[in-house]
Design a protein around this ligand. Sequence first.
Ligand code: TGC
Length: 400
Amino acid sequence: GSFLGPVDLTGLDSLFSSGEKELALQVRRFVDEVIRPDIADWYDEAVFPAEIIPELGRLGVLGMHLEGYGCPGRTAVEYGLAAQELEAGDSGLRTFVSVQGSLAMSAIHRHGSEEQKNEWLPRMAKGEAIGCFGLTEPTAGSDPASMLTYARQGAHGDWILNGSKRWIGLANLADVAIIWAQTAEHGGGRGIRGFVVPTDTPGFTATPIRQKLSMRASVQCEITLDEVRLPASAILPSDSAIGLKGPFACLNEARYGIIWGVMGAARDSFNAVLDYSATRTQFGTPLGGFQLTQAKLADMAVAINKGYLLAHQIGRTKDADPTKLTPAMISTGKLDNCRVAIGIARDSRQMLGGNGITLEHSPLRHANNLESVRTYEGTDEVHQLTIGRTLTGLSAFTTG
Ligand code: TGC
């Protein structure tokens, strides 16, 4: 049988090497042993299980695709396979791995000084230090160029940060925050620079956002920066981090992981409902014997196969030559795999009937999580307009 289970109707199994499949199964075993038994309680009680972070380090999934500095140095496809196994467990768990590896670690790895890399990356790969990534603000979501957080330089070259960030994953647990701030009064997007901020710096506060109906087994925070004073060496020094292309290069990595991750949530929803339709009997027949059930199962399976094919194509392209991985390609995968996955999770809940509304079954939990996933790292609309700009050569992000 296929390592992806009964949903694999198109020979997806043959697209992956035995080493890649073994890695996926290793992550799946971790999810089965460490996540599945407790995820319903964590979600119900809004608890992020921070104690598993060092275990994720030992599993080799933190900064998984990065080379050197104690990072695992895995391929893009291996990283993708791990992401989909983690998200089959819960999107909140995969989000932690994305924020740590694709956002915080990749910002330091790509744009940081040797000193910053040596200080943070080996410990972050082991899960001994936690990172977060502060781009979004209360008034700057899809439009990060409008950020208000400001970094001014003091007389001795030190930097003083003021402002706020919102929706920042794990900021309350983080040891280090990558904070993006405006440095030039009229710099627009090009004045934006990144800073490596130890979270124990005076003036840094992170407050968890409460009453979430999505990503409950994960934490997102509001950060306030009140005269946060940093040495001159805290800036990410690389030219690659001047302007918005600095954070966007990291967002590309996180968006790439999502293309795969959400297929795990879709597959887990599908498996839950396939099992249920074999055992649940109504009108004297297992649900799976009804044509309306089979039509839904067939449509879901077809959509999941297409989603994996898209993720695979994008992953192999990234491994062969990362410069060929265009923003439009990433937007295509992120846009469609997210909306396909949330549709499957919702249809699965429908097929579970009333039993689908508790945490005994995964689909509604996945569907609620996917509300966040289809919104963060670029909404559907941002990705549609990115694709639209590529197709037409016209930017429709502003009316000005
Ligand atoms: P635009 O003029 O398009 O670009 C500005 C500069 O950035 C470059 N660029 C990219 N570089 C690499 N990869 C990409 N995908 C890039 N897209 C653009 C571009 O070449 C340009 O460079 P330069 O050298 O000319 O300055 O900028 P714009 O302001 O028109 O952007 C348009 C838009 C809407 C596409 C962009 O702003 C966008 O993608 N918005 C969505 C923002 C988003 O995804 N936010 C999620 C933030 S994640 C976060 O804060 C925490 S969530 C995770 C958690 O913590 O739980």
